[in-house]
Design a protein around this ligand. Structure first.
Ligand code: FAS
Ligand code: PHB
Length: 389
């Protein structure tokens, strides 16, 4: 087989890149390790930056998002059960869209299928070769048979545990990481959301977040110690803990119900540099991870895809390679700014195990400044709605 770009990974980064390149007449083959059902069963991100909304519309996959998504002009923040609102629209002129990553992935698969895109599910042993030359190829095994795809470029969109990042030689690859000493216990419940917008809550017992997927599906999180096991958390114990950490009026309104999904996710900040090596380009979680506090993970993947799509389109359309040559530098510039924002939100809102009373006062002062300063709220808003590409 031969194609122009092999994309490793059928998550949002890989599928969006495939869809955008297709609309520019560039052929791709997507190789996905898991089954489609498995990929579509994942419960992940919930908030889309406005740039992501515009990219999905430009890719021809925004119709259901525009029908079913929730446009939010702001968010609530709370400390010790007392909340205030940050108005993104007033501060930046932009809102955000609440529309689950699972739905984005559904919409992308539907678009690729409708266009006759080639997505090979349950592809095992995917391995790129010849990345430092001008004729790379990728091998994989499907139903016990080994296959080879010759191509011009390889996009590593295979997430944190993928194969692509490891193809960059150890002497070239630099990794930067911070692992946080806690996790997020998340619950999805078929109950009406407790609030019209998200609530990020700092509390002495730990962080909590109230989010949603639609008018009948809510998403909640509480910070838990890393050693906690999800089996140890009954639904009732979760709801009781959430009530303790959010503002009193929200706790009084909270409608509880059985968890239809319950899981604990660890939090880390991670960046791999460079994001390009020869004919290989990393995009999304393959290159970086952020703690979900700033709602940046999925949105950073979309930002990388913006840079990579425009670079490859310029190569094939105009023979122009400046975008390819500067891809890593341009993507990383935005990645690091989003890493900083996600670290800032996480540091401000979580209870750290060895936190001193001085650290606690610093958190309280940060939140109090945010509550009372237009400049501070504008800085938060412009990062939350999405920095320019
Ligand atoms: P993905 O990991 O989504 O996709 C990579 C794909 O590559 C997967 O389908 C995988 O099966 C496939 N793959 C891996 N190795 C392969 C191989 N060797 N060969 C072929 N295919 C391979 N972000 C937020 O903004 N908000 C959140 O609340 C949030 N919650 C999260 C909760 C969890 C538990 C996790 C793990 C992540 C969460 N994220 C969140 C981040 C998440 O949304 C990612 O940023 C987003 O999925 C990134 O998309 P991709 O880069 O496409 O990576
Ligand atoms: C979610 O709805 O899953 C969500 C929203 C905002 C975040 C993290 C997760 O910061």
């Amino acid at each position: 087989m031969r194609t122009q770009v092999v994309i490793i990974g059928g998550g949002p980064a890989g599928l969006l890149l495939s869809q955008l390149l297709h609309r520019d007449g560039i052929e791709t083959i997507v190789l996905e390790r898991r089954s489609r059902d498995h990929v579509l069963s994942r419960i992940r991100a919930g908030v889309l930056e406005w740039g992501t909304v515009e990219m999905l519309r430009a890719a021809g996959v925004g119709a259901r998002m525009d029908r079913e998504g929730f446009v939010h002009d702001g968010t609530y923040l709370a400390a010790q059960n007392r909340g205030f609102r940050v108005d993104f629209k007033a501060a930046t002129g932009k809102p955000v869209m609440v529309y689950g990553q699972t739905e984005v992935t559904h919409d992308l698969y539907a678009a690729r299928d409708a266009a006759g895109g080639t997505i090979i599910d349950e592809a095992e042993g995917v391995m790129p070769h010849g990345l430092d030359g001008d004729a790379p190829h990728v091998t994989y095994v499907k139903d016990g048979t080994e296959h080879r795809i010759d191509c011009d470029f390889v996009a590593g969109c295979d997430g944190y545990h993928g194969v692509s990042r490891g193809c960059i030689p150890a002497g070239v690859l630099r990794a930067f990481e911070r692992v946080y000493p806690f996790g997020w216990l998340g619950v999805l419940s078929e109950t009406p959301p407790v609030s019209d917008e998200l609530i990020y809550a700092n509390h002495e017992r730990g962080f909590a977040l109230c989010s949603m997927r639609n008018a009948r599906l809510s998403r909640y999180y509480v910070q838990v110690p890393l050693e906690d096991r999800v089996e140890a958390w009954s639904d009732d114990a979760f709801w009781d803990e959430l009530r303790r950490r959010i503002p009193g009026d929200a706790a009084d309104r909270l409608v509880t119900g059985p968890a239809v999904e319950k899981s604990i996710a660890p939090l880390r900040s991670f960046v791999a540099e460079p994001m390009r090596w020869g004919r290989l380009f990393l995009a999304g979680d393959a290159a970086h991870i952020v703690p979900p506090t700033g709602a940046k993970g999925l949105n950073l993947a979309v930002g990388d895809v913006h840079y990579l799509h425009t670079a490859l389109a310029a190569h094939y359309r105009d023979g122009e390679d400046a975008g390819i040559e500067t891809y890593s530098e341009r993507a990383l510039s935005r990645v690091w700014k989003c890493e900083r924002f996600s670290w800032w939100m996480t540091t401000m809102l979580h209870r750290f195990p060895e936190q001193s009373t001085f650290d606690q006062r610093m958190q309280e002062a940060e939140i109090a400044y945010l509550e009372t300063s237009v400049a501070a709220q504008t800085a938060m808003a412009e990062n939350y709605v999405g920095l320019p590409y």
